[in-house]
Design a protein around this ligand. Structure first.
Ligand code: HEM
Length: 526
């Protein structure tokens, strides 16, 4: 009898679950939105969960399945996501009607949130607006110029370490990770971690790498936070790996305290955090047009209204943490993909080198911020690298106020998750002829393209706050390498490259080995 009762209870539970899912999976059909047929429980997320494809590839495949529609619906488990692919609607969402789409949708910050999760990327609404305005002046051209000598010294150390290395086949991703770790540690923390020189991987670097690893545990955390925010809140599930966050929290808090109590000053973010805490704001000096992307949110007016938000140590730790994590992985990957494409295309490499050499000669042998600005073709190559190998495949937004997409019959309610398939747009022949071809000329100064078709750093008020910092770092490092070396892929590199399906980002699965040869007078004159 008991067995029968248990069986009936299970059958009832299963039936109830089935009906709930059936109802949930009717969401897009009821709204007349074309959608990808979901499978029971997993919705459309099985290819990611089963690690058949990376998250970026999964969204690219979906984009191609819906060639002629302005938007389509998908299900992440039972949660419906609207994918907006029409670029005029994307522009509405990211820029023109941004006030309907302010948040990324990665959880709510409250008193129980660990310090490292209280960062700009996770912040919502008014808190985000206030903090974005506070932190934006950290990334102006003026501040960047002060950090370039530090980056330059480290790029010299990188070349020194390559010179010393006895390896014939160089894993440039590893070298660039070391470089990026040193840059961000010095710029964000004022720390000299010396990753370039270390023989055995330090704890600092191990933890930095761990922050980006998508173990199953991390994947589950991410799914629970985005799909069941209330459950995540109840169980206090943190966004980031607690081992990593605890490690960096301690270092960051100690560094901040030390700097506050010492008379030492440096041109780094820690100093700017201290100034921010002591004075309440940092000056937005100068009027460089390149800084306009940092001023999109009403600037001082918004800041004055938001003075009530305290700039606590936790908020500082949270920002330093996101700067470290984002700074380390994104930039080193862009450097690696840059060298990879140059190695595959020797004629493009020769043109890029010629551009770097010409700019350095014009500036009397100096490689600094202004020299980088003179490298037009080299910069076109970097733009193409970021189109071709976007670090983040999709942008995420939450509809924060009910919205009707202009020119369509589609209305969505506040709370609706929306995804912008950046990779799909970058790979769409409607915007990029022969998208599978690496072609820096598509970014020549006289070529125009519609708004919101180039999104490696996002766009609108929520665009990557450190876009120019990251670009400067990548340019400086690769230009420095081009002055000394020609790159080729080593026979040890297995082609075609396999992409790591366990990562949120666009990573090669295996090391990519290069052979570097000293650039000769002929290479340099080419
Ligand atoms: C090549 C390197 C990088 C790439 C490709 C990249 C890309 C991105 C993208 C796509 C976003 C989301 C934008 C959106 O939702 O519209 C973002 C946000 C962000 N990035 Fe970056 N990033 C890079 C480097 C960095 C660095 C070096 C830092 C810090 C020093 C940084 C800090 C941030 C922060 C704090 C946000 C959140 C901004 C906000 O929500 O207001 N990123 N980044």
């Amino acid at each position: 009898m008991l067995l029968i009762l248990i069986a009936v209870a299970f059958a009832t539970l299963f039936f109830w679950l089935w009906m709930r899912m059936k109802k949930a999976f009717n969401f897009w059909e009821e709204r007349g939105v074309p959608f990808k047929k979901p499978v029971f429980f997993f919705g459309n997320s099985w290819p990611i969960l089963s690690r058949k494809v990376s998250m970026a590839q999964h969204h690219l495949n979906l984009y191609k399945e819906f060639p002629d529609v302005p938007y389509y619906g998908i299900y992440d488990f039972t949660k419906p996501f609207l994918v907006v692919k029409d670029i005029e609607l994307v522009e509405r969402e990211l820029i023109k009607d941004f006030h309907h789409f302010v948040d990324h949708g990665f959880g709510n910050i409250d008193e129980n949130t660990p310090a490292t999760d209280i960062n700009l990327f996770n912040m919502n609404g008014k808190l985000w607006r206030a903090m974005r305005n506070k932190f934006s002046p950290m990334f102006t051209t003026g501040k960047l110029r002060q950090m370039v000598p530090l980056m330059n010294t480290l790029s010299n150390s990188l070349v020194g370490a390559i010179e010393k290395s006895k390896e014939k086949d160089i894993d440039l991703r590893d070298m660039f990770q070391r470089f990026s770790m040193d840059v961000i540690a010095s710029c964000a923390f004022g720390l000299n971690v010396n990753a370039i020189e270390e023989e055995k991987e330090s704890e600092f670097r191990k933890m930095g790498k761990m922050a980006f690893q998508t173990t199953y545990k991390q994947l589950m955390r991410f799914f629970i936070i985005t799909l069941f925010p209330k459950v995540a809140k109840f169980f206090r599930i943190p966004m980031n790996n607690p081992i990593v966050t605890e490690y960096f929290s301690k270092i960051l808090k100690d560094t901040l305290t030390y700097r506050k109590n010492s008379s030492q000053t440096r041109n780094d973010f820690v100093q700017l955090f201290v100034t921010l805490q002591q004075k309440g704001s940092i000056e937005f000096e100068g009027d460089d047009t390149e800084d306009s992307y940092l001023k999109t949110e009403g600037g001082e007016k918004v800041e004055k209204k938001m003075e009530s938000y305290a700039l606590t140590d936790d908020i500082m730790v949270g920002q330093a943490f996101i700067f470290l994590v984002a700074g380390f992985e994104g930039t080193s990957l862009a450097m690696m993909w840059f060298c990879y494409e140059l190695a595959l295309h020797p004629e493009i490499q020769a043109r890029a080198r010629a551009d770097v050499v010409r700019a350095v000669k014009n500036r009397g042998g100096v490689l600094d911020y202004d020299t980088l600005k003179e490298m037009t073709y080299f910069d076109q190559c970097l733009q193409e690298v970021n189109r071709f190998h976007s670090f983040i495949g999709s942008l995420f937004r939450i509809c924060t106020k009910d919205y009707t997409f202009p020119g369509t019959s589609l209305s969505i309610k506040a709370g609706q998750s929306v995804l912008i398939p950046a990779n799909g747009i970058h790979d769409d022949p409607a915007y990029y002829e022969e998208p599978d071809k690496f072609n820096p000329d598509r970014f020549a100064p006289d070529v125009t393209r519609p708004n919101c078709t180039y999104l490696p750093f996002g766009d609108g008020p929520r665009v990557c706050i450190a876009m120019r910092f990251a670009l400067t770092e990548v340019r400086l490092c690769v230009a420095r390498m081009l002055l000394d070396y020609t790159f080729a892929l080593s026979p040890k590199t297995k082609l075609p490259l396999e992409i790591d399906t366990t990562s949120f980002t666009n990573l090669p699965k295996n090391p990519v080995y290069f052979t570097l040869t000293k650039a000769t007078e002929v290479d340099i004159a080419a």
